[in-house]
Design a protein around this ligand. Structure first.
Ligand SMILES: Nc1ncnc2c1ncn2[C@@H]1O[C@H](COP(=O)(O)OP(=O)(O)OP(=O)(O)O)[C@@H](O)[C@H]1O
Ligand SMILES: [Mg+2]
Length: 540
């Protein structure tokens, strides 16, 4: 049987490949000997081919009964010998085959491959699902490099090459990656940061000036990734005037039980804002000082009163009210003042006018460096950042005037250590805003990438909204299962691959790549890494 396939123009590579006979392009390596499932068959593979070209994961092609070319991958290779029977004991078999010459023994042995069918290769190199079976005794071939090239180079962000064919580049589709979000997941040291750097660099090359890229960087790992002219470090700014009362309460450490203290903080915040009469009440420390002054004013009033109680006037966010303060209230108010002062002292370097945090430059890779901020404050900063990003982009999409003009452009936010900000229980505001972007970001030009070495601590809704998953080595079974549950594209075969991957090797699934693939990610050729805590052991 002869099949003709004409390969035309692929993407922007303008490669025009004329394939006349598919048999001419691909090396014949075996024949199909059994098939029980529509997506699977077994083939006897030529011994030399097994030694020289074929291994698990290798791409092969054959034809279905309609003569369509189908792309497949080898999921297992097993040796066999016709002289050996499964039913007999080893001793018996050994005695039985001793009389045979080594030539006979050799001639009776071979290799069988278990082969998974990926899909039908169409003329434009899209892959469609295979809906029919294969013929027994049909020939199988190694897939030609040109075919694989055409399938895996459709995207515009080249981040690596096929693990089984180092000469076949793999490119992801930038638009799908950004608009439908992505996740990079792996155990520690498997190559997540390297992947982020490669991805950000390639994405930046293609989208410079038309899209903002921001990496949220808890450890300052990316701050030296490029020459200064190509990265823009954003300094975190915490502006309490942007926080709601429950957020500020949490930030300064008023816990769940401190309801009386929280209510005084809330009254003071509303009252300060009320007295500003719609004008800004100051930013950062200036705003907190005003709240403190208001609380001190109430205590002074109490202390200077002749009686044991005093009436104060406050604002509750809706209208002006009065309240009777008693001597017992003094300690609660003092506790709030104490917490406020501790908070100001701890965060004096980052308290300020939050507009400064958004000096995003679309012609650079932007890095929000959180390395000098404690985890609690980090969450508040990131929550504020994500919220503003989404809100401004919603305004931009509706043609409204922007407060932060940088958000005229679509923006992709890549969140390192995402389990801190998008935790399973969603208790933090940052998780709320990240989930909003996961669900609605696409409509408003906000893309998101979440990076984590602790997948099972990530919120499952957020994780399942990330369409492209780049999964490097994961050995922890619970992590593996959690990742599999978050995507219908991760088969049991791919799950089995996760612990076997080497450093920098990733299984990539999702719509930014036509079909799942195991990819060796390029090694980033710039500088990466935060502070090395064990630098002193380098030369011992
Ligand atoms: N694709 C790759 N090719 C070659 N080396 C790589 C590749 N990916 C990562 N490495 C190397 O492996 C080491 C760990 O990589 P990386 O820091 O990216 O891992 P990580 O998963 O981010 O680790 P952590 O969990 O500590 O953040 C680094 O020395 C890095 O250079
Ligand atoms: Mg890392």
């Amino acid at each position: 049987m002869t099949y003709y396939l004409t390969i035309s123009i692929i993407g922007d590579n303008m490669r025009s490949i004329k394939i006349s006979k598919i048999e001419n392009m691909n090396t014949k390596i075996g024949i199909i000997v059994s098939s029980k499932e529509i997506d699977e068959f077994y083939a006897i593979i030529d011994k030399e081919a097994v030694k020289n070209i074929c291994g698990v994961g290798e791409y092969i092609i054959t034809h279905n009964i309609h003569g369509e070319t189908i792309l497949c991958t080898i999921s297992n290779i097993m040796p066999f010998n016709n002289l050996l029977s499964n039913e007999l004991s080893h001793d018996k078999q050994f005695n039985d085959i001793i009389p045979y010459s080594s030539k006979v023994l050799q001639d009776s042995s071979g290799f069988a491959a278990k082969v998974k069918i990926i899909g039908v290769v169409k003329e434009d190199f899209t892959i469609e699902s295979n809906k029919t079976c294969v013929n027994l005794l049909e020939k199988v071939y190694t897939a030609d490099n040109n075919i694989l090239n055409a399938i895996f180079s459709r995207g515009n962000i080249q981040i690596g090459c096929l693990s089984v064919r180092k000469n076949i580049p793999v490119s992801l589709d930038a638009k799908t990656l950004c608009s439908r979000h992505f996740a990079i997941l792996a155990m520690t040291g498997a190559g997540k940061s390297n992947t982020v750097a490669v991805l950000a660099e390639k994405m930046h090359e293609k989208t410079k000036g038309v899209m903002n890229i921001v990496i949220i960087d808890p450890h300052g790992e990316y701050t030296k990734m490029k020459h200064n002219s190509e990265i823009n470090i954003l300094q975190p700014v915490l502006d309490p005037s942007q926080l709601f009362p429950d957020q500020l309460s949490k930030a300064i450490g008023l816990n769940g039980g401190a309801s009386v203290q929280k209510s005084y903080l809330t009254y003071a915040m509303h009252t300060v804002k009320y007295h500003c009469k719609g004008r800004p009440c100051g930013y950062g420390k200036e705003y907190l000082d005003k709240i403190e002054e208001k609380l001190v004013e109430w205590i002074d009033k109490l202390n200077n009163a002749d009686s044991k109680s005093v009436t104060i006037r406050y604002y509750d966010g809706v209208k002006s009210r009065t309240k009777t303060l008693k001597k017992d209230d003094e300690s609660s108010i003092n506790r709030v003042i104490e917490k406020l002062r501790m908070f100001i002292n701890k965060n004096k370097d980052i308290l300020g006018f939050h507009r400064g945090m958004f000096n995003i430059q679309s012609d650079k890779i932007n890095i929000l460096d959180l390395s000098r901020v404690d985890e609690e404050e980090m969450i508040t900063v990131v929550s504020d950042f994500i919220k503003k990003t989404l809100k401004e982009r919603i305004k931009a999409t509706h043609g409204q005037e922007l407060y932060i003009r940088e958000f005229e452009l679509p923006t992709v936010v890549i969140i390192e250590e995402a389990h801190i900000f998008a935790a399973k229980n969603m208790t933090d505001k940052s998780a709320y805003w990240i989930s909003k972007i996961a669900k609605e970001g696409r409509k408003f030009g906000v893309g998101m990438g979440i990076i984590s070495q602790r997948p099972k601590e990530l919120n499952s809704t957020i994780l399942s909204q990330t369409n492209t998953k780049i999964i490097l080595k994961i050995v922890e079974p619970n992590d593996q299962r959690y990742v599999q549950e978050s995507s219908e594209n991760i088969s049991n075969d791919l799950l089995k691959d996760m612990p076997r991957l080497s450093t920098g090797e990733a299984v990539i699934v999702g719509s930014s790549l036509q079909i799942p693939a195991t990819v060796k990610i390029n090694k980033y050729n710039g500088k990466l890494g935060g502070v090395d805590g064990f630098e002193c052991l380098k030369n011992i």
